[in-house]
Design a protein around this ligand. Structure first.
Ligand code: AMP
Length: 200
């Protein structure tokens, strides 16, 4: 089954779509953001080291996130991995390619969720309000000030991956502004294509 990357700025809908793929296809979601938040809240040494960086909306070091991913992918996933929020830099993309090759795995598709900044800011404000209304904890970095920095980090460090994967012939683009169901349908099409390509 395919291993895919969901690529896009914060708030593009990567987590939402990943959760659906987990439920519908039994794929395994690997979100470095979730792993880092877990380390932060459980107070591990690494968690303490990354807390301030995350709260500022900056990227944690490549070494840390590559280490997290390396632990998880060694044994492969029967139904495929969804990389969500990783890779976020060219160095991470290179490292992922090497890790997959070393463990006899491959990357089947990189799905870019295309959205615009105004929509992202509205979604982030909405995500914080929803959490507040439901009595759930609001992510420390889901506020307009930190979000602007997260978006800058995306454009500076992560958006070059669009060219990187386009050059490798792995890039598929999906309109992330469409309704959630439509986006899910477009992703399903890409996955089916990727599966068919692997089978031939
Ligand atoms: P996310 O939940 O994907 O938006 O990630 C939340 C925060 O975790 C980011 O703003 C970064 O500080 C950090 N983070 C998550 N994934 C990565 C990554 N692949 N590389 C560097 N920092 C990351």
């Amino acid at each position: 089954m395919p291993n895919i990357i969901l690529l896009g700025p914060p708030g593009a809908g990567k987590g939402t779509q990943a959760a659906r793929l987990v439920a519908e296809r039994g794929m395994v979601q690997l979100s470095t953001g979730d792993m880092l938040r877990e380390a932060k809240s459980s107070g591990t040494e690494m968690g303490k080291r990354v807390a301030a960086v995350m709260d500022r909306g900056e990227l944690v070091t490549d070494e840390i996130v590559i280490g997290l991913i390396e632990e998880k992918i060694a044994s492969g996933a029967g139904n495929g991995f969804i990389f969500d929020g990783f890779p976020r830099t060219l160095a991470q993309a290179d490292a992922l390619g090497e890790l997959l090759a070393r463990t006899g795995q491959r990357l089947d598709a990189v799905i870019q969720l295309v959205v615009d900044d105004e929509t992202l800011i509205a979604r982030i404000v909405g995500r914080a309000e929803e959490a507040r209304a439901a009595g759930k904890p609001v992510r420390a970095d889901d506020n307009p000030e930190v979000f602007a920095d997260r978006l800058r980090a995306y454009y500076k460090s992560t958006s070059p991956l669009i060219g990187y994967y386009y050059a490798l012939g792995d890039l598929f683009t999906v309109d992330g502004l469409a309704p959630v169901e439509t986006v899910a349908g477009s992703i399903a099409n890409v996955l089916d294509q990727a599966v068919a390509a692997t089978a031939t």
